[in-house]
Write a protein that binds this ligand. Structure first.
Ligand code: DP6
Length: 360
């Protein structure tokens, strides 16, 4: 598919108004996306677990607004209060998606959104938020073009979400999602995420992710600025090649349920992401002392208790602790005793692999 396939034909009668509600999950990348080209095209493919508990619920209300012209007007509310800090991101989202949903210009929108995770927890809401918004906009498109097939609906939702935030392309579908073209993954595309189409061992269908909130402060660097620092980065090409080959390396790991190899790959991905940030110019050190202590404790526990537990990281100080469902009792006891003292007020979120966005 090309971008062109997402440009709709002439619209018929536009509905006067509508209201659409979606819940979209957050996701955690196993192979990381870090570095992009113009048009939100990733420098390498990525694969993520879709989460179950961390999600955004968005109600999109629209009404026809007279003569269509340019990007639509909109108001955005977070938990019932005006949220002007989201305006800029949503404005540029509407500008990017307008060629693919030209009917938007005839509408005014109200966007009411809330997250299941705490405010400023350091957990990015852009992936789940953009996915939930894109799905609401697809509901409007579906009313205007009622014959749209479900597969196209979901693909285009991921395509639009990507234009809001790259990782949002992976927050529409469930379980495991690949975004980014790779010759070994049938149907994979730089334009949208797809449900991982290769065999996956049952152990990964119920994986746990306990998210440790180490630092709830504002991000030091926006993801977009961070991606930009990969341009001209001395290790960029080696990193993109590494991630691309890891997409292939992950396949037998996921198929066989090879937890040892999974741990090695996933932890190295997290540390490589941070190594890229630490070696960019300017550099960023986003891990905190507590992050490092947690990583050390996870490694020690894994060796002493012989439990297949590992960590991954986003572009921040929080730690995602990944482990199979059957290890839950032992690993969670370890988390409570040893790791929670490193979290702000002991805060953490018990999450697990989830099945994707839902219409509410
Ligand atoms: C470190 O998707 O937040 O979480 O496309 O600029 O919105 P933009 O960036 P974003 O980048 C996320 C990067 C990451 C790794 C990942 O999720 O793959």
């Amino acid at each position: 598919m090309t971008e062109h396939d997402f440009i709709p034909g002439a619209a018929g009668e536009l509905p006067e108004s509508g209201s659409f509600r979606w819940e979209a999950p957050s996701n955690i990348a196993l192979v990381k996306y870090w570095g992009k080209k113009a048009g939100q095209i990733p420098m390498n493919p990525s694969v993520s677990f879709t989460l179950h508990t961390c999600s955004t619920q968005t109600e999109l209300r629209c009404r026809k607004s007279g003569t269509p012209s340019g990007t639509p007007s909109f108001e955005v509310f977070l938990e019932g209060s005006p949220a002007p800090h989201f305006r800029e991101k949503i404005q540029s989202f509407f500008e990017r998606i307008l060629p693919f949903q030209p009917f938007l210009s005839g509408y005014a929108f109200e966007i009411h959104t809330e997250n299941t995770f705490p405010h400023s927890s350091g957990i990015a809401s852009s992936a789940s938020g953009m996915a939930a918004l894109a799905l609401g906009l697809m509901d409007l498109e579906q009313v205007i073009y009622p014959d749209m097939p479900p597969e196209f609906f979901h693909r285009k939702a991921s395509f639009l979400a990507r234009l809001g935030s790259g990782s949002a392309a992976r927050s529409v579908g469930g379980n495991l999602v690949q975004w980014g073209a790779h010759e070994s993954v049938p149907g994979s595309s730089d334009l949208f995420g797809i449900g991982y189409p290769l065999p996956v061992h049952s152990v990964f269908r119920s994986f746990r992710d306990t998210i440790l909130l180490v630092d709830k402060g504002q991000k030091q660097v926006s993801s977009t600025a961070g991606h930009g620092l990969m341009q001209g980065h001395p290790y960029a090409n080696a990193r993109f090649d590494q991630a691309t080959s890891r997409i292939e390396a992950l396949q037998p790991i996921l198929e066989k349920g090879d937890l040892q190899a999974f741990i090695e790959l996933v932890e190295s991905e997290a540390l490589t992401l941070h190594a890229m940030m630490m070696t960019s110019s300017p550099y960023y050190i986003l891990m905190k002392p507590a992050t490092l202590r947690i990583l050390e404790h996870i490694r020690e526990f894994r060796e002493s208790a012989n439990e297949p537990v590992c960590f991954t990281l986003d572009a921040g100080a929080n730690v995602h602790v990944l482990y199979p469902e059957e290890s839950h009792e032992k690993v969670y006891a370890f988390i409570k005793d040893t790791l929670l003292p490193f979290c702000q007020d002991g805060q953490h979120i018990c999450d697990r692999v989830g099945s994707g966005a839902k219409r509410l």
